[in-house]
Structures are given as structure tokens and as C-alpha cells.
Design a protein around this ligand. Structure first.
Ligand SMILES: Cc1ncc(COP(=O)(O)O)c(C=O)c1O
Length: 476
């Protein structure tokens, strides 16, 4: 008989597997408010317990505390993740369905919001670091050029830090946005810990108008919890609150809410000290990792022309110079060392640390990497195409979505107009979006990723055999 999910969860979490993935509490029992959150504390909006979507009591205070701890003017606790926060932010910032600019390396949630609430979407492509095989920062110049070229853009959405920890110059980008009257939305889903202790500054303190952050990704709070922040006067606070309530359940979980409450209070009292001790452990790890010979750990202090700054909590381990692919390295860490990583791409793996990590957890990761590294030989692979580039656009996303489509064998898709999104998950960044022209380079990228064991996903679920494209036999 198929196992029940609850038994699978118990089996994994009670094993001695080391979680180098989200959520950030890492099941560390020192975050004692998380431990009792089960059915015994599960209630609904009864007298005296306030309503997360219409806060007047404890949730109102929680919002004030969160705004104060995170440096925003308004903080809205969310139990539908950054996904809900992003939907609410885009809806509130584009009351007349104006155009928006999306950094091409944004998460699907931003594209979904754009599809729902923007009349037109322009893209800004971040620089690419060939050294590490990842997207870099979005520059203020790129944003300025886009705003100059498309005078109707009202909202700019960028991800900082990215999944791999790359930070953009939010201070300068917010100045540019405001000069052109555009709202800056920063998807800081992976950076709720920023600004605490010696971590790089958070977007709420650098001029961003709306900042969305997932508490669960790096901090001690349960999965699905987030904060939606507002500052400045470009977006109406009551409209943002209304939109936040649209995108979460009308029965927001008290268990999730209690985990936000505990997390925010903990940050207020211990945030800086805890962040500094985490940072010290990370610095020790990075120092030790310099001894690896074939595997290369990206050092946050090392400059790269494609990066403005780097959040050290994400540990990126490149295997581009070794005879092992990312998925193979991930599998060896799992099978031989019981370490479960966050993700693997063709040429690197990502270990995601959180406030719940300890000196010992990082030591265990380092020891395992050292042991694997010793047996690796130099790479004999020919490096393929792994960088994203902006495809030519035949039509806007919304127009492509409503056209007739057919499933075309992937090998015959070059030159067609894509009718669906294709991405890898994680990180959930679309590589091609509906309305874009499929070209040979994109097909080569898909093929290289697949050869290295990376799983491609698409809206139709038919990739990699077929790609859903517009039906050319129907006239547009
Ligand atoms: C960059 C980014 N933004 C937003 C999200 C959505 O966050 P959540 O899972 O809290 O809804 C994710 C999810 O992984 C993400 O990676």
C-alpha cells in the first residue's frame, strides 16, 4: 500500500538526514514556539483571537512589530507565502492594469501576477556569470533604459537576493524608479534575514516601495509564512491590505500565524546576535572550503563583474571543473552522507542555510564535500550552453495564452511561437514564456540541462517530448 504522507514526513525528519534546504528553522528545537504547533492549537477566528485579514488586536500589534523590526512603514503578515504577497503587491501597484517591467530571472509568481494584472510586460535580462553559471544582478542602468524606452511602465519587479544569493543595487534602482514615477517591488523571498547582524542591508531600508519576503525560507517560521512590506506614498496602504486579504484564505491558519508571531518576536530580541553567529559559522565554512580542489565554493567576498553583492547564506558549489554533474553531486551527498541539498543544476548545487543551522551542520557539509572532492578528476565534459538569454517576442503573454495551440515535438519547435512556460523547479524561473519565439539556442539549452539530469517542467507537462506552441495553421 502507498505510504501516508505523514509517515513519509516522520521517516525523513526523524532520520539523521541533514537539511541543507528550506525551511530555515532546520527543525532546530531551540525555536521552541514552533514545537507545539499541531492540532491542539488549531482554532479559527473566535472571540479574543483577532483576524489576520482584518487585524485589530494581536495581529495588528504583530504587523507593527514586524514593520519596526524590518524597517518598513507597513508590514502585513501573510500565510500564503511570498506568492500571495507578490500577487497582492502587483494588483495594488497597477490599479489601471498599467505596464510592468519584470527582471527575467524572477520567480513564476511574478509572471503569474503580471499575466493577471498588467496590460503589458517588458523584461530586463540580468548579466550572466559564466564563471558560476548563474544570473547576476539587475543594474540601475538597465532599469533606467527600460523606463526611458517604455514610458508607460508603472511597476518594476526584481528579485534580490536571487535563489543563489545575488543582490542588486536596490538603493540606486529605487532612485531610478522614483525619478520615472515607477513603483519598485523587490521580491526578497530569499532574504528575510537581510539587515540583521552583519548580513547585507535589506530592501525595506534602501528605498524599495514594496518588499515581499518569505519568513520560512531562511528564518524560524513555518512554510508558507511571509511578510508584505510597504513604504513611501506611491501605493495606497488600504488597497494593499485589501489585496493581501484577497490572496489568502479567509480562514488563515493560526498555527502558521503563531509561527510568524514567534519569529518576529525572536527577531526583535535576538535577530542581530543570531544573525551574527550564523554569519560567523558561514565565514568559517567559506574559509575552510578554499581547500577544495575540484569543487569550487562561490566565496561571497570574491568580486564578479555580474554581481553587485552576494548573500552568504546560500552556498553555491560549482562542479564545472570536476568530472561530476550537479545532480550526481546532489545524489552522492544524499546517498553517502545523508545530506539533502536544496537544488542541483547542471554545473552546480545549492545548499541553503538558515537561522536554524549550526556550526556542526556546516562542518558536516564541509567534511562530506572534502571527502567527495578528493576522489574527483578534472572535468572532461565539453561545456555546453547553460545561460539564459532573452528570446525574441512574437506577441504579449496574454495574447499568446488565448490562441489555439498544438503540441510540437521538441526537436521541431525552432522558429515556432511558444504557447506555454518552461522552467526548472527549483528555482521556478521561466526560461521561455508564452508569445516568445523558440530558437535553436533555447532548444540546445534544454537539451544540455536534460543531459545533465536537470528536470524541465512546462505548463502542459509534456516537455521534454513536446512543446506547446501556437498553431500556425490558424490565422492570428
Ligand atoms: C524568488 C522567489 N520568489 C517567490 C517565491 C515564492 O515564495 P513562497 O514559497 O513563500 O510562496 C519563491 C519560491 O521559492 C522564490 O524562489
Amino acid at each position: 500500500m502507498e505510504k501516508r504522507l505523514v509517515d513519509m514526513l516522520r521517516g525523513y525528519t526523524c532520520s539523521d538526514s541533514l537539511p541543507m534546504h528550506m525551511p530555515g528553522h532546520k527543525r532546530n528545537p531551540k525555536f521552541d514556539w514552533l514545537v507545539p504547533l499541531g492540532e491542539a492549537l488549531d482554532i479559527t477566528e473566535i472571540y479574543g483571537f483577532d483576524d489576520l485579514n482584518d487585524p485589530e488586536g494581536i495581529f495588528q500589534n504583530l504587523g507593527l512589530l514586524a514593520a519596526d523590526a524590518c524597517g518598513s512603514e507597513l508590514a502585513i503578515p501573510m500565510v500564503n507565502g511570498s506568492t500571495g504577497g507578490i500577487l497582492a503587491a502587483v494588483k495594488a501597484a497597477l490599479p489601471h492594469r498599467e505596464a510592468m517591467l519584470i527582471a527575467r530571472n524572477c520567480h513564476k509568481a511574478v509572471y503569474n501576477a503580471g499575466e493577471l494584472f498588467a496590460d503589458d510586460i517588458e523584461f530586463a535580462m540580468p548579466a550572466f556569470s559564466d564563471r558560476w553559471g548563474i544570473c547576476g544582478s539587475i543594474t540601475p542602468e538597465q532599469v533606467k533604459n527600460a523606463l526611458e524606452e517604455h514610458g508607460d511602465i508603472k511597476l518594476v519587479a526584481i528579485t534580490s537576493p536571487t535563489y543563489e544569493g545575488i543582490i542588486s543595487d536596490i538603493g540606486a534602482i529605487s532612485e531610478v524608479c522614483h525619478r520615472y514615477g515607477a513603483v519598485l517591488l523587490v521580491d526578497q523571498a530569499h532574504g528575510a534575514h537581510l539587515g540583521f547582524g552583519g548580513f547585507p542591508e535589506r530592501a525595506t531600508k534602501l528605498g524599495a516601495d514594496i518588499v515581499v519576503e518569505s519568513l520560512h525560507k531562511t528564518l524560524p517560521s513555518l512554510t508558507q509564512t511571509a511578510l508584505l512590506h510597504l513604504s513611501g506614498n506611491l501605493v495606497d496602504p488600504s488597497e494593499l491590505k485589501r489585496c493581501a486579504a484577497i490572496f489568502q484564505s479567509s480562514s488563515p491558519s493560526y498555527l502558521l500565524s503563531a509561527s510568524v508571531d514567534g519569529c518576529v518576536r525572536f527577531l526583535t530580541e535576538h535577530g542581530d546576535a543570531e544573525a551574527d553567529s550564523w554569519l560567523k559559522n558561514l565565514r568559517d565554512f567559506y574559509k575552510a572550503a578554499e581547500s577544495l580542489t575540484r569543487l569550487k565554493v562561490m566565496n561571497p567576498e570574491e568580486p564578479d563583474a555580474a554581481f553587485f553583492k552576494h548573500d552568504p547564506s546560500k552556498i553555491l558549489i560549482s562542479c564545472a571543473d570536476a568530472d561530476i554533474s550537479g545532480p550526481e553531486l546532489m545524489e552522492r551527498l544524499r546517498d553517502e552522507f545523508k545530506i539533502e541539498l536544496e537544488m542541483a543544476s547542471a554545473e552546480y548545487v545549492l545548499a541553503m542555510t538558515g537561522m536554524g543551522d549550526t556550526k556542526e551542520s556546516l562542518r558536516r557539509l564541509f567534511t562530506a564535500l572534502t571527502s567527495i572532492d578528493r576522489g574527483l578528476k578534472p572535468s572532461s565534459r565539453v561545456r555546453g550552453v547553460f545561460s539564459l538569454c532573452l528570446p525574441e517576442r512574437d506577441m504579449p503573454i496574454n495574447e499568446a495564452l488565448i490562441k489555439d495551440k498544438i503540441d510540437v515535438p521538441m526537436s521541431a519547435a525552432a522558429g515556432r511561437t511558444a504557447g506555454e512556460y518552461v522552467w526548472t523547479y527549483p528555482p521556478g524561473i521561466p526560461m521561455i514564456v508564452p508569445g516568445e519565439k523558440v530558437d535553436e539556442r533555447m532548444l540546445q539549452l534544454f537539451s544540455n540541462l536534460r543531459c545533465d539530469g536537470v528536470i524541465l517542467r512546462s505548463t502542459s507537462g509534456k516537455v521534454p517530448q513536446f512543446l506547446r506552441c501556437l498553431d500556425n495553421s490558424k490565422s492570428f
